[in-house]
Design a protein around this ligand. Sequence first.
Ligand SMILES: C[S@@+](CC[C@H](N)C(=O)[O-])C[C@H]1O[C@@H](n2cnc3c(N)ncnc32)[C@H](O)[C@@H]1O
Ligand SMILES: Nc1nc2[nH]cc(C(=O)O)c2c(=O)[nH]1
Ligand code: SF4
Ligand SMILES: [Mg+2]
Length: 208
Amino acid sequence: MEKKKEVEAGTMLPVMEAFYTIQGEGTFSGHPAYFIRLGGCDVGCVWCDVKDSWEAAKWPVLTIEDIVAEARQYPGRKVVITGGEPLMYNLNPLTTLLKKEGFTTHIETSGAHPFSGEFDWVCFSPKKFKAPHPSIYEVANELKVVIFHKSDFDFAEKHASQVNKACKLLLQPEWSKAKIFTNEIITYAKSHPNWNISLQTHKFMDIP
Ligand SMILES: C[S@@+](CC[C@H](N)C(=O)[O-])C[C@H]1O[C@@H](n2cnc3c(N)ncnc32)[C@H](O)[C@@H]1O
Ligand SMILES: Nc1nc2[nH]cc(C(=O)O)c2c(=O)[nH]1
Ligand code: SF4
Ligand SMILES: [Mg+2]
């Protein structure tokens, strides 16, 4: 099969980078995990911290067998699929293989494309720049809203009203605005205790 067809089928995927680190954000913050960062994103967040990932064509296209073989080199068995926007791709073949090899599968997504893949943990981080696809709301395990502007608290509540009942609710300061918004987020969580705070702890630790 030619590469383009393989990518459409999800049997080959553009990989910007893959690295073994500590999950810095969300419910699993502090847990060792192997990150697979897929290339390509069409959401266009002004404050995105990996704008380099946006152009899919820049990154090598690898077979899912090679991607999983690399992950197996490390002792951890949690894999986080991120990007870019990983749901631009059919993630069924990659996650099926990861699970067959004994990995627990997590995803970081804006939800802007139809959901695919078999995941143990779904982090849904909706964006104003491209509306989520309806398929994400019932599968999300955590709703992680980045706070960049005052209006993002209302945006967070709007999405909280649409996710499933078990979904955890997290507010994460946008990194460059953290000085301004962290106090507001603390005040908000104390008065709306259904919300918890997520920080990008890997940036404080200066690790990938
Ligand atoms: C780079 S994104 C990749 C996955 C997917 N495209 C998404 O946005 O969820 C990974 C996580 O980082 C968050 N993020 C990106 N830039 C950020 C920033 N400047 N400050 C705080 N969080 C950020 C996103 O909201 C998302 O939860
Ligand atoms: N350590 C670490 N934790 C993370 N959690 C989500 C990340 C992401 O970019 O998806 C990320 C990341 O880039 N590094
Ligand atoms: S959806 Fe994710 S990868 Fe895409 S621009 Fe936004 S933060 Fe960056
Ligand atoms: Mg990151």
